[in-house]
Design a protein around this ligand. Sequence first.
Ligand code: GAR
Length: 202
Amino acid sequence: KKRIAIMISGRGSNMRSLIDACAKPSFPASIELIISNNPDAEGLEIARKSGISTQVIDDYDFGNNRQAHERQINAALQAHHVTTICLAGYMRLLSPFLINEWKGKILNIHPSLLPAFPGLDTHKKALKKGVKIHGCTIHIVTEKMDDGPILGQAAIPVLPDDTENTLAKRVLDQEHLLYPRVLKNFLLGFEADSTSDTLING
Ligand code: GAR
């Protein structure tokens, strides 16, 4: 069985969907560790209640020394014999150090249909551009931000009266369905170019 670490910075709703999925005996992985770089992350309470080992590794404590911060993260991952890392609203860029240590083993969820709208404020950008289809993407993390091979996507229509909030909510509902499903396929060895993982909902 694979051993997952989840990294968060905030609310932790995607983390929760992964915890729920992994709790099923048929899921081919267990969650061994939750790491937050933010001591005030709302998701920490959910993490602690789940009984899963939880660590705050606050980047603030390391000043500008990204490598030192990531060395500590790496030590925690190794101590828990982690095999796969899921970023779930982890809002700090990883440096080449951690990405190379865990090459091909870090997944990220991003709230847009990549390669459209990398970075922040994806729903605002989608509305501004006038796209008619929006959604979310799970991809493998590489050195370039929001850019690695895509493992799965879910799409929703943009409705005429959508606001940033309504769009964010409908995309988030899809994120919660997509991440566990794509993680499972990934762990079972169905990689980027195998099954089509696109849904059009609505
Ligand atoms: C999610 O929408 C996730 O896709 C996004 O942050 C939110 C975290 O919510 N991630 C990024 O923007 C990564 N750059 P959550 O903490 O409730 O899962």
